[in-house]
Design a protein around this ligand. Structure first.
Ligand SMILES: Nc1ncnc2c1ncn2[C@@H]1O[C@H](COP(=O)(O)OP(=O)(O)OP(=O)(O)O)[C@@H](O)[C@H]1O
Length: 267
């Protein structure tokens, strides 16, 4: 097909369509985060580079070309989390990961929720919330949380309601930071979680809640966060915070997310 002086093939249309979809996906992933500004900046420089190259400005093209090369590496570092989420979404949504055999090969078998001791966690959360004590409890799904365990004090203790409650007691040496529950055991306490830096996060949320969101963005773990000020229980899942979850709903919400492969409970 010819439009004016342009000779357009169906492959060009497909190409433009795919680039549009890709750019839109990248935009939705970074939207609202500081990284989105970097993304827009990089896109602007790239278009400027195309114009300069089109005009045949050799020196400027060479400088921008060098900048784009270095910038590409910098982008990978800056967008680590977004790239990870993007690949996770692709990985999760492929038909292969829904196939039983592939699940086993990829270690994607649905985890045994019964062994997670969720009842004890729920009872402890309710007790902690009732006493207006702040708490952060991270429960693993499939991701390895090894690097977060290392930031705290390793306990590797049998999970029980009394132990969990006493860990968050304000007089406990281990009450600060997060408790990591791995495969139904209290693996570590006083752990430091990554803090979410999204500009769309409500300014009323303090660091405890931001850390919960940050952890659920960086990994597939589910995070229970209990506010010291309000005694409210919230859940952080896949970068979203579900505020004020009634104690009676907590067990079902945890079970639903942990036993699903790709649930978007925040929807
Ligand atoms: N990155 C982090 N990793 C783990 N725990 C953290 C992190 N940042 C803050 N915390 C925990 O949160 C506590 C501070 O909570 P802060 O008052 O700032 O948060 P908040 O979201 O307003 O919660 P609250 O409603 O309980 O006051 C710290 O004492 C610490 O225990």
């Amino acid at each position: 097909m010819r439009i004016g002086f342009l000779d357009i093939h169906w492959t060009d249309v497909l190409d433009i369509f795919l680039v549009t979809v890709l750019l839109y996906q990248v935009y939705t992933l970074v939207r609202g985060s500081i990284a989105s500004r970097v993304f827009m900046g990089y896109l602007f420089v790239y278009f400027f580079y195309l114009v300069v190259r089109g005009l045949g400005l050799g020196l400027m093209t060479a400088i921008l070309q060098y900048f784009m090369g270095v910038g590409a590496v910098a982008l990978i570092v800056i967008f680590q989390q977004e790239i990870r989420r993007f690949l996770l979404i692709i990985g999760k949504s492929t038909i292969y990961t829904n196939n039983g055999i592939m699940k086993r090969i990829l270690g994607n078998a649905v985890i045994d929720v019964k062994s997670q001791n969720l009842k004890e966690i729920v009872e402890a959360s309710k007790a902690v919330a009732a006493s207006f004590t702040g708490a952060l409890i991270v429960i693993n799904k499939k991701d390895d949380l090894g690097k977060y365990i290392e930031t705290g004090d390793i306990l590797d203790a049998k999970l029980s309601k009394p132990l969990l409650v006493s860990l968050f007691n304000q007089y406990s040496e281990l009450h600060d930071g997060a408790v990591l529950v791995i495969d139904g055991r209290i693996k570590a306490a006083r752990c430091v979680l990554p803090v979410a830096d999204g500009i769309d996060i409500s300014s009323s949320l303090g660091f405890r809640h931001r850390a919960a969101i940050g952890m659920s963005e960086a990994t597939d773990a589910i995070v229970i966060v209990i506010s010291e000020q309000t005694g409210k229980i919230s859940l952080a899942i896949e970068g979203e915070l579900i505020s004020n979850v009634p104690g009676s709903e907590l067990f079902n919400r945890l079970t639903e997310y942990l036993s699903s492969d790709m649930k978007q409970m925040a929807e």
